[in-house]
Design a protein around this ligand. Sequence first.
Ligand code: AMP
Length: 550
Amino acid sequence: MYSTMQDVQLTISRILEHGRRVHGASTVTTWTGEPEPQRRTFAEIGDRAARLAHALAEDLGVRQGEPVATLMWNNAEHVEAYFALPSMGAVLHTLNLRLPPEQLAWIVGHAADRVVLVNGSLLPLLAPLLPHLPTVEHVVVSGPGDRSVLDGAAPRVHDYEELIAGRPTAYAWPELDERTAAAMCYTSGTTGDPKGVVYSHRSIYLHSMQVNMAESMGLTDQDTTLVVVPQFHVNAWGLPHATFMTGINMLMPDRFLQPAPLAEMIEREKPTHAAAVPTIWQGLLAEVTAHPRDLSSMKNVTIGGAACPPSLMAAYDRLGVRLVHAWGMTETSPLGTMAHPPAGLSAEEEWPYRVTQGRFPAGVEGRLVGPGGEHLPWDGESAGELEVRGTWIAGAYFGGTGGDPIRPEDKFSEDGWLKTGDVGVISPDGYLTLTDRAKDVIKSGGEWISSVELENALMAHPAVAEAAVVAVPDEKWGERPLATVVLKEGAEADYATLREFLATEGGIAKWQLPERWAIVSAVPKTSVGKFDKKVIRKQYAEGGLDVTRL
Ligand code: AMP
């Protein structure tokens, strides 16, 4: 028997039209570096998204199913593109502006992007790339920036505001199949070429509802979220879509992502929530320690993308800001787990739950797989690779324009689950604790050492700002940990003291303590602000680190 219910397609245009009509007064505020930020209501964003769609379809010939690239910061125009493109049936292709130029060129070619929307401030990045982007025919520039760098460029150049001016503020959005492509994002590609993940209207719609559930971010139109996580990093974790569903106000930092302007933004605009990777929160903490600011509006922060050091969580607790730990990937849209403790616990009892990666929502199933392919119990002890499946989890990668989707064996199980490459345990009550990326685990004499555990313990030392631990080759043990440490400004600590601290305060077993140490001025970061361990391993291999052996 089939149901008797209506079968309405879950499309982005429905989210947009809901947001502009029901939450028309909610706002997107973009930091400009000027005395006043730019403010735009959801109603205005809706009007401008319709105008943009008209311009792209009528002047630039953008068709359904066509990817259109954005090379943009987090700002109102990027939100307009977020809605206009999928609603008109095109595919929003966000480009990671921190990728090396040759990777960006490869990605644009792979997707065969014909149109690029770009912020004026990013033209110095785009202009030298254009000769290597043969598929690009149109460049649409928004916001301040010297346009003359595009003089003589092969593609046609348009000004965003001129292009959309005078167009109708309504668009007859096509009735799309919810399974068609709405957006795409390439993974950072630590090995091999980047891989394209293509989100459907349906996956984004369902994921947005999950973002809005109280067990996830649970925000309403009384909230303002500071969206630090870039719109090119897994759709800013789904926030732009989720906000239009419930009227959450957005505060967008544009290119002002340094700790000082972020602190100023928070003090002045008083967001109640924010989302970003741990390195952003580390930087902000150092900033407000040196130059105190009022962060008290920000009750709740979603932190993920890399393991959150418990010491960081504790430091923000003292500032009255609660960091809520979440795990996800480009392939998981990204919401995979979120660490809200179970009900009825004291603050002390909540702590061990808060530092886990959290629980799966109903839309995501997880399982742990051992080295022999066996499925492991949720007993809090059996460690294996995490595999996931669900309605907003990738089942394949984009095979290039005109190509079939690809399903590499090391990324998908035979029965279609996504192999995450993350290793961890799951407790009987469903809390996931990740110990490492499979490729970052340190295999010492047949035993595994968690690099994340060592890092977390080190970052709890008062003199340590950041610490990254990687496996390095060792004649006797196969691999041993190398600890690279960034000291806080003006702080001092010798290696023996740090090692002792790991053993005593950190509770690290003696055989796991690193004997190789290096003080560094900064931990290298990936394009999305995570520790870049492959760079550290390379620096070590090439003798580029001043290593002391204890
Ligand atoms: P990306 O697709 O670039 O966002 O990277 C996804 C990867 O980031 C995951 O597979 C994890 O290795 C890592 N990651 C994300 N969130 C967390 C977290 N909360 N704790 C530990 N690792 C994380």
